[in-house]
Design a binder for this molecule. Structure first.
Ligand code: ATP
Ligand code: MG
Length: 435
């Protein structure tokens, strides 16, 4: 197959046989977030480049190496969003959300674009679910945001995942810390990778996030930001821990967690799994108290997280976490002949209106071939519609699992089907209880 007939490196097609899994994840995410009061926001896939370059941070990997940036036909510099927080904050300021009743709680699902080296759990187009809580400074907000991610992972059935938290302080307490960090790494400058040598002058905290083995080994013994927190930041972090304890969430304080984007302040956190190899962070987030003001809004403390949907799916697969099975066709109507086919269209549409998945012949096939198809799509029930059925206005609905046939008037197929579907669902429940 030639290159142009293949999907672009680092992108994924979701095929019909798999889409129910993603739909289940997204439904669980949106519904769970809603229980905490987070409503969905949708923002464009591209923004002015500055929305990201200024706010995600020009010393971050995302901005330095990973952005898809291009000039549009009007000569503007446009970037495909590498994450959604910056766009969501841009939108919240533009539409005055941050001047309305606070906190504003929003959530999103959308594609993100990063020019990275594709590998398991690392794509160039991937999708994030995320939430942002704008206008809340109290530690209870940090615990609530973390709880949303925790409940989502829990409801999906992820068992082995650890919550790791840290505080990276505010710009005030970070001054002393940056100086101590610079001092430490300067002593080890020869061992640093080339990118980190540059980071040392521009933003030494980025070195702590470097994935090269030598730099991360050095980072292990670097001064810890948590030892440099000012009294207010210390108090805030203690508050977050107290609220997490009260919510019953288990966590580890990990001083290595600094997050890859520049806008974070105070609390940062990650949900990390041992089941997905190197790309082990499924969800990451934190507080970004200065971002809204930096982007032109009134000072508004805020925080949120992003959860990688493909990475979550990888974790689900690697850990054999069971997901609900896809629904199959409720009823296949097999018409024999033109007249029956016209009647089948009428009946099928009526029953679909009542919420059943109904399929019928679209290929002019004979009965045998139609039954083969019904079998292939795992239809739960079938109904043959021939001259006899049309004359008597009755037909039989066949249960494809048990072979049992139930007679019905053609006008009452939806009622008959409803009771059959309910009965078989009830039997399945009873069977699973007995098992
Ligand atoms: P990493 O350290 O793995 O590069 P990150 O710090 O760049 O992650 P964030 O920007 O915080 O990640 O994004 C939040 C989440 O989005 C990550 O925890 C991960 O689940 C997911 N994610 C980030 N980059 C990718 C990618 N290239 N492919 C798939 N998922 C990704
Ligand atoms: Mg990254």
């Amino acid at each position: 197959m030639s290159e142009i007939n293949r999907a672009i490196k680092g992108t994924n097609d979701v095929l019909p046989k798999d889409s129910h899994k993603i739909q289940f994840l997204e439904k669980t995410m949106l519904e769970t977030a809603r229980l905490f009061g987070f409503r969905e926001i949708r923002v464009p896939v591209f923004e002015h480049t500055e929305v990201f370059s200024r706010n995600v941070g020009d010393t971050t990997d995302v901005v330095q190496k990973e952005m898809y940036t291009f000039l549009d036909k009007g000569g503007r510099s446009i970037t495909l969003r590498p994450e959604l927080t910056a766009g969501v904050v841009r939108s919240s300021i533009e539409h005055g959300l941050i001047y309305d009743a606070l906190p504003q709680k929003v959530c999103y699902i959308g594609g993100c674009y990063r020019y990275e080296k594709p590998q398991a759990g690392r794509l160039r187009e991937f999708h994030q679910f995320g939430i942002e809580c704008l206008g809340a400074a109290s530690p209870s907000a940090d615990a609530e945001v973390i709880s949303v991610a925790h409940q989502i992972l829990n409801k999906i059935g992820i068992e082995k995942i650890s919550l790791q938290i840290n505080s990276i302080g505010c710009p005030e307490c970070r001054k002393d810390y940056q100086a101590a960090l610079k001092d430490y790494f300067e002593k080890n400058i020869d061992k640093l990778c080339d990118t980190c040598k540059d980071r040392l002058t521009r933003n030494p905290m980025r070195i702590l996030d470097c994935k090269s083995p030598v730099c991360s080994k050095l980072a292990e013994n670097a001064p810890k930001v948590i030892d440099y927190l000012c009294d207010d930041c210390k108090k805030h972090f203690e508050g977050v821990k107290a609220h997490l304890d009260s919510a019953g969430l288990k966590y580890t304080v990990n001083p290595q967690i600094v997050r890859g984007l520049d806008y974070y302040t105070r609390t940062v956190f990650e949900f990390i799994s041992g089941d997905i190899g190197a790309q082990s962070t499924v969800c990451g987030g934190g507080r970004y108290d200065a971002l809204v003001e930096q982007m032109g809004g009134n000072p508004t403390p805020a925080l949120g997280f992003g959860m990688g949907i493909e990475r979550l799916l990888l974790l689900i697969e690697n850990s054999n976490t069971p997901l609900p099975k896809d629904k199959t066709c409720d009823l296949y109507i097999a018409p024999m002949g033109e007249k029956a086919s016209i009647k089948a269209t009428e009946i099928a549409n009526k029953i679909r209106f009542d919420g059943f998945e109904v399929q019928t012949d679209l290929c002019g096939r004979g009965l045998k071939a139609q039954m083969k198809y019904a079998d292939k799509i795992n239809a739960k029930f079938t109904l043959v519609l021939g001259d006899n059925e049309l004359d008597t206005n009755t037909a039989e609905i066949k249960d494809m699992t048990t072979g049992t046939k139930t007679g019905t008037s053609l006008d009452k197929i939806n009622d008959t089907l409803l009771s059959l579907v309910l009965n078989s669902a009830l039997e399945n429940v009873t069977d699973s209880i007995i098992e």
